[in-house]
Design a protein around this ligand. Structure first.
Ligand SMILES: [Zn+2]
Length: 165
């Protein structure tokens, strides 16, 4: 994976160019005290690291993101991992994609897209915490049309995932 040092720590500096350096112990300690985590991060690698900590602590993760007129929300739980879902190359990319017009590839994101993503993340988190079943495990919003988005691994990735075990 390349970004963990000899102590298994993660450098935020290496991830996003911020001076402060963290390791994954505080993240694991924070996650173990949470009932659910919402991923609203600007790069896929950070989402993957959060997902790994969530899997380790059996905490569901509500992933969300959007740009322009498209948004995605998905519930990752019961061991569903970003690597199986998106493939290793995508799961570990560190390109910063920000709707704040910063990062390596700033993107336009209209406020209604981010509002939809945030509202759906909150709704799915509340449903999950309330134990209400039968709702969508994922949704996409494309130019005003909402679609169901099944959440699972890529069809060509078979068997146990070696990345999050
Ligand atoms: Zn996996």
């Amino acid at each position: 994976m390349g970004k963990l040092n000899d102590h298994g720590s993660i450098s935020l500096d290496e991830l996003v160019g911020i001076e402060d350096v963290i390791d994954d112990k505080p993240l694991n300690e924070a996650i173990e005290n949470m009932d659910i985590a919402l991923a609203c991060l600007d790069n896929q690698f950070a989402r993957t690291m959060l997902n790994k900590c969530c899997i380790s602590n059996a905490v569901p993760m509500i992933n969300g993101g959007g740009e322009a007129f498209s948004g995605v929300v998905e519930v990752l739980e019961n061991g569903t991992c970003m690597t199986c879902r998106y493939g290793k190359d995508a799961a570990y990319t560190q390109e910063i994609i920000s709707c704040q017009e910063t990062g390596t590839r700033p993107v336009a994101s209209i406020v209604t897209t981010t509002a939809w993503v945030g509202a759906m993340q909150a709704a799915l988190a509340l449903l999950n915490l309330a134990g209400i079943k039968g709702h969508s495990e994922g949704m996409s919003w494309d130019s005003g049309i909402v679609h169901d988005r099944p959440v699972g691994g890529l069809p060509w990735i078979k068997g146990e995932c070696s990345c999050h075990i």
